[in-house]
Design a protein around this ligand. Sequence first.
Ligand code: NAD
Length: 440
Amino acid sequence: MERPVIQGSEGRLGVLLPGMGAVATTFIAGVEAVRQGHAKPIGSLTQMNTIRLGKRTEGRSPLIKDFAPLAGLDQLVFGGWDPIPDDAFDSAVNAGVLDRTHLDPIEEFLRDIKPMPAVFDVAYVKKLNGPNKKEASTKRELAEALRADIRRFRVENDCDRMVMIWCGSTEIFLRPGPTHQTLESFEKAMEENDASIAPSMLYAYAALMEGVPYANGAPNLSGDIPALESLAVERGLPIAGKDFKTGQTLMKTILAPGLKARMLGLDGWFSTNILGNRDGEVLDDPESFKTKEESKLGVLEHILQPKLYPELYGDMYHKVRINYYPPRGDNKEGWDNLDIFGWLGYPMQIKVDFLCRDSILAAPIVLDLALFIDLAARSGMSGIQEWLSFYFKSPQTPEGLYPEHDLFIQHKKLKNTLRWMMGEDLITHLGVDYPGQEIS
Ligand SMILES: NC(=O)c1ccc[n+]([C@@H]2O[C@H](COP(=O)([O-])OP(=O)(O)OC[C@H]3O[C@@H](n4cnc5c(N)ncnc54)[C@H](O)[C@@H]3O)[C@@H](O)[C@H]2O)c1
């Protein structure tokens, strides 16, 4: 495939966030704190990672942000929707992720970011509700109202380009069905208020119709349906999803490739979590949990390939539990117990106890996705962006392809995609062409 022509990154980039809770406000406040020089963007590849170019002997390793023409942090403008009317300051205080020492100096900035009335339906997120909602007689009208919001935001904030990243709650579990297959069936279902059309799909539809790339940080289907995938391709827009890869699943996709690389067997992997934030409360509803569970369970199966390695992984037992436990707030604890086996089948155990902070891990992902998906759009890359799988628990893939979950393959793929976009050689790590390694 020919390398893309990349349009310039100048101008203001609007970042639209359906859902202005813990993740969204930690992201916004973090970007502002970094812009004001109060903090460092730790965990963000676009801000801190380098990329090796050419051979190891060339010594070329620029920062990704100096290599690829990404928008700078100063170019970002934020907006969003939420049924809960709190501005970004109150919402951040309520989320309890960042300390007042980080929030107070940027209070005025955060107060100015007020959520637009949301398209919200308690039938899809059962554990919360709020008054800041749009009213209309059909889902189609609601989608049109979102489109009008996007257009207004663009003008009022003088945006040259925009991206939308879903940071809303996890909706109930839905399977792709007949209404999700084509744009025609999708639009008809919106008009008929069909139950298969969830609010997150209306945001994705509105974004794509307004020429805005879309990424989904939650596990619900949203843009991951054929109708919206083909709309993205048709409009020349990138999309990506689903479900930010943060705490326990991040660890899983770090550890499992290592076990497999060493051909160590796995009898079972038991994962449990306690968390007490609003997300935890939403996931306390069995229907929202089911969506999350599906997203978390796929990982091991794809990394370990039990069909190829039946003696090692054929009987593995994988269980994931999430328990809502208010005292912990956003500071989740994830325990993992791995029953593994080695040489001659001798058993061993690994225990992982990750005392993490969910939104601290998620915020840099939102930033990277916003900047990379904007780069993809300016490069004419449309449809599913598999090179961004690195950021997702349940990567969206084109029909017929299994998702790549191994964090290290995902990382390589991301960097090789950047090299390819910028006309640099891909790095294969073959290494036979260094002096002293020639083949005679
Ligand atoms: N924090 C993490 O590490 C992490 C990792 C992976 C995925 N996620 C997902 O990201 C999402 C956000 O997480 P969070 O911790 O910020 O949760 P949160 O509950 O703090 O924030 C979600 C916000 O979305 C709002 N919302 C719900 N439905 C909406 C709609 N239709 N339109 C607009 N707003 C809506 C809620 O009112 C809430 O304020 C969740 O779906 C979560 O599962 C989070």
